[in-house]
Design a protein around this ligand. Structure first.
Ligand code: NAD
Ligand code: WQD
Length: 344
């Protein structure tokens, strides 16, 4: 029997792409999602790509009774990938209690489910936000974690600590925390992509919305950072590359190699790109103009961060491969697809 992976938040952006890669690698996928930031139609997209519709249970992971019922129903879950979370940094500052309740409540329940149902492995969605603005670049896993700048970031730090404490208390369990840099792009088929319930907040979907005319202009948040062109630098990683890293992490958990029950990996390309370089790449690849204007810095933004992802290369055998051109093409194709879906 193929191994069954519980993918929480699996109808969301990164979760749906990961579900595809898991299915294509021979895993059975069970998605648990309350659809607070995603849509049921995503399941159909996954089916169209892979030929297989994942199992789906709609419930809030903060509801322990529903999680228990789900674990009982599927009997043997081999591993969990925990994507489900609220993720808007700015919103977390104005609604901290909702962020702590949702992100930490669901985390505690999943650890309890691992303990009570003997689920041996967990992959956790962490974030480069745990590093704040590091003194030295690129960022390795040894770079010190800084006091979180937002309640959202704090939920990632506390979740990692909760996982470590749980693993220290019980034999036989393993976990991997994946610290993502900036996920971008969409599946090449344009059958799945980032499709949040509210307006997108990240740079790439804002660029594609500007290109398609949903927004009149892109605001570039500051050109006075200590970077070559003054705009912010980030490590943008294609979401399909990111999804593949989760399959590698699940394999690593299955093999039970290494002495550490809890491992942490940075997932990025190792290359930083500035906002103006991103705009230039879209303009060149698509032969279109991005209407943009420089405005003051966005509060809470840092100037520059990019990953050293060599540990993931050495231990997981994973590397980000997609050139940025593929991000541009897939993001644009997906924006056009959303446009079609919303205009029918
Ligand atoms: P997303 O919002 O697209 O997906 C998250 C999914 O979780 C959504 O489908 C939502 O409905 C679901 N969900 C949230 N709370 C839930 C709950 N209590 N019960 C059941 N379902 C719930 O977000 P994403 O971009 O795919 O992010 C996935 C994970 O990766 C998150 O943990 C996020 O913090 C982390 N992450 C994202 C980024 C990014 O830039 N997208 C960067 C670093 C880390
Ligand atoms: C990228 C760059 C902006 C929008 C966020 C979270 C981080 C992680 C990834 C979850 C920055 C600039 C953006 C715009 C702009 N998520 N920008 N105009 O802030 O690096 O990271 O997502 O863990 O925790 O903070 O991503 O895409 O918002 O911004 O100029 O309209 O684009 O200033 O330099 P960010 P982003």
């Amino acid at each position: 029997m193929n191994k069954l992976v519980l993918v929480t938040g699996g109808t969301g952006y990164i979760g749906s792409h990961t579900a595809v890669e898991l299915i294509e690698s021979g895993y059975q996928v069970l998605i648990a999602d309350n659809l607070m930031n995603s849509r049921r139609e995503v399941l159909e997209g996954i089916r169209e790509i892979t030929g297989i519709r994942p199992f789906f249970e709609e419930f809030d992971l903060c509801d322990m009774q529903k999680l228990i019922a789900c674990c009982n129903k599927y009997e043997k879950i081999d591993a969990i990938i925990h994507f489900a979370a609220l993720k808007a940094v700015g919103e977390s500052v104005s609604r901290p209690l909702e962020y702590y309740e949702n992100n930490l409540g669901s985390m505690i329940n999943l650890l309890k489910a691992m303990r009570d149902f003997g689920i041996p492995g967990l992959v956790f969605s962490s974030s480069c936000t745990v590093y704040g603005q590091p003194e030295n670049l690129p960022v390795t896993e040894e770079t010190p974690v800084q006091k979180a700048a937002s309640p959202y970031g704090n939920t990632k730090q506390v979740s990692e600590e909760m996982i470590a404490d749980f693993l220290a208390s019980a034999e036989g369990y393993r976990a991997i925390s994946l610290r993502y840099f900036n996920p971008v792009g969409a599946h090449a088929s344009a059958l799945i992509g980032e499709y949040p319930i509210g307006p997108p907040l990240n740079l790439v979907p804002i660029i594609t919305q500007t290109l398609i005319g949903k927004r009149s202009e892109l605001h570039v948040f500051g050109n006075d950072y200590n970077t070559p062109d003054g705009t912010g630098i980030r490590d943008y990683i294609h979401v399909v590359d990111l999804a593949k890293a989760h399959v590698a992490a699940i394999r690593r958990l299955e093999e039970r190699k290494g002495n550490e029950p809890f491992e942490v990996f940075n997932l990025g390309t190792g290359k930083g790109l500035s906002v103006l370089e991103i705009i230039a790449a879209f303009e060149k690849v698509l032969d279109m103009k991005v209407n943009y204007r420089i405005v003051p810095r966005r509060p809470g933004d840092i100037g520059c961060i990019y990953a050293d992802a060599s540990k993931a290369g050495e231990i997981l055998g994973w590397k980000a491969l997609a050139p940025f051109e593929e991000v541009v093409l897939s993001a644009w194709k997906w924006e056009q697809q959303i446009n079609r879906m919303t205009n029918v």
